[in-house]
Design a protein around this ligand. Structure first.
Ligand code: ADP
Ligand code: MG
Length: 350
């Protein structure tokens, strides 16, 4: 038996480190769109427009009217671990921005051709920086752009053929992309969103501030049947500061798939076992097995009570008081559902 000799240890190049990190956050065009839209929302945009070509594989262009990026920060924005959103560990305890890891732009630019163009308020002109998956200093160029930011991402995975092979048909990829936009458009009624695919405009959602406008957006994104069967709810527990509000559909509008279940925790969409269990339990007496309710729900709690740094995509969270959270969600929904029942028989256990 020949003993294995140790190979020399070397630091990965920035490019390779970014590509490895990209494996966690950039799976398909939809993940690029998620990261870029979240950046636009974090930048305080009131209008975001998205154009995609060929399911987003060929091209994704996102333009916002947010705070922009200063010329001297443009190149830095593309490096790994570069963020304007947190500075010290304590900030993580109360993070309210959607991003904070400083990885998205670095990851995306390591596996696609990325152009970032931006202009902050008070800067005379816009500047642009390009990165094409190469290990080189990004080049700055003057550009024409109003206050805000445009990110263009082309030829996703052009330099990582193994990843490209995992992409599905244009239709499937666009379906995922559209779902990401839908989630974010549901999370921020106060922001306008427009979506264009292969030069065809799919929708232009104006900022919605009145109930009527919000319902119109729900009908556009989830179909008119959702809003016809949905009830508005708003429950708060003063002692714990928990609040659950939004729209839940009556049992008569149950679905065969859990495909219209949007649950936002402090504005961030999540999937969580505790939440799922509480919802299922609340509906269990009024829905047949195999049927699923539809809802768009916003859950608010002290940010220190929830850990969002569980997974790079931040789809998972950890609640500090999960029992309390579970019971509050269950009880709130149970009460709303009981009120919906024509016989009014359901009892609220407290
Ligand atoms: P993160 O969002 O975790 O901070 P990103 O790689 O997504 O990391 O972005 C890096 C930085 O670039 C952000 O912290 C922000 O300062 C800046 N940035 C990115 N996109 C935008 C945008 N659309 N508008 C303004 N600033 C942006
Ligand atoms: Mg980000």
């Amino acid at each position: 038996l020949i003993k294995k000799q140790p190979a020399p240890i070397e630091l990965l190049s920035a490019q390779l480190a970014n590509q490895i990190a990209a494996g966690e956050v950039v799976e398909r065009p939809a993940s690029v769109v998620k990261e870029l839209l979240e950046n636009s929302l974090d930048a305080g945009a009131s209008q975001v427009s998205l154009e995609a070509e060929q399911g987003g594989v060929k091209r994704i262009r996102i333009r916002d009217d947010g705070c922009g990026i200063a010329q001297e920060d443009l190149a830095l924005a593309l490096s790994r671990h570069a963020t304007s959103k947190i500075k010290v560990l304590d900030d993580l305890e109360a993070v309210l921005s959607l991003g904070f890891r400083g990885e998205a732009l670095a990851s995306i630019s390591s596996v696609a051709r990325l152009t970032l163009t931006s202009r902050p308020e008070g800067q005379d002109s816009a500047w642009s920086v390009k990165a094409e998956g190469r290990d080189m200093e990004p080049i700055l160029m003057p550009a024409a752009h109003p206050v805000g930011t445009t990110v263009e991402v082309g030829d996703l995975f052009f330099n990582t053929p193994a990843r490209r092979k995992f992409l599905k048909t244009e239709k499937t990829e666009f379906g995922h992309l559209e779902e990401v936009v839908r989630r974010l458009a549901l999370s921020r009624f106060d922001v306008g969103f427009s979506l264009t695919h292969n030069a065809k405009s799919l929708y232009q959602l104006k900022p919605a501030t009145t109930d009527f406008e919000r319902e119109k957006r729900l009908a556009t994104l989830l179909g008119p049947a959702f809003i016809e069967h949905a009830l508005v709810m708003d429950m708060a527990a003063e002692s714990s500061g928990l609040r659950l509000y939004g729209w839940v559909t009556q049992p008569t509008h149950s679905r065969s798939q859990p495909d219209q279940q949007y649950f936002f925790v402090n504005g961030r969409i999540i999937r969580d076992k505790v939440v799922n269990h509480a919802v299922r339990q609340a509906y269990q007496d009024v829905l047949y097995g195999g049927r699923h309710p539809a809802f768009v729900l916003f859950f608010e709690l002290d940010p220190a009570w929830v850990d969002v740094n569980v997974h790079p995509t931040k789809h998972e969270v950890r609640f500090r008081e999960s029992r309390l959270v579970h019971d509050f969600i269950f009880r709130s929904l149970h009460r709303v559902i009981a009120d919906m029942r024509p016989d009014g028989q359901a009892q609220i256990s407290s």
